[in-house]
Design a protein around this ligand. Sequence first.
Ligand code: SF4
Ligand code: SF4
Length: 137
Amino acid sequence: MNATKKVVLRFPSDIADRPLVCELALQFGLRFNILRASISPHREGIMVMEVIGKEKEEIEAGLQYLRQEGIGVESLSQDIRMVEARCVHCGACVGVCPTEALFMEKPSYLVRYDESKCIACEMCILACPTHAMEAVI
Ligand code: SF4
Ligand code: SF4
């Protein structure tokens, strides 16, 4: 049976164009499914993917390689939810959300959350002044 792990990768802007993820297959014999990606020029890139290998240790070795190359690697183990009663629709989260999961609805100018686009990067949790965005453990 295969081992799998879902991770969030954060690429600093200076290495976002290097094909480091391909090395997971070439060097470590891993397979991966990219679930979501948001990579813009001159900005940090974020990729959510499922890594598949024969053993958990193989996956960890591959992820350790990515860390050594400067990529941030975090486990994706939680969902993000919006507590609407706490939201004051200030828009602070909209600007930091890399996938447009948070957006301003027009013409109402109310902030809405599309959970299907969320990659659980937690940027909105840091940005929200009223703690309306939270991780569900
Ligand atoms: S965690 Fe927040 S900022 Fe990150 S993708 Fe999801 S809604 Fe957007
Ligand atoms: S930052 Fe918080 S309060 Fe402001 S719009 Fe986003 S969820 Fe609502």
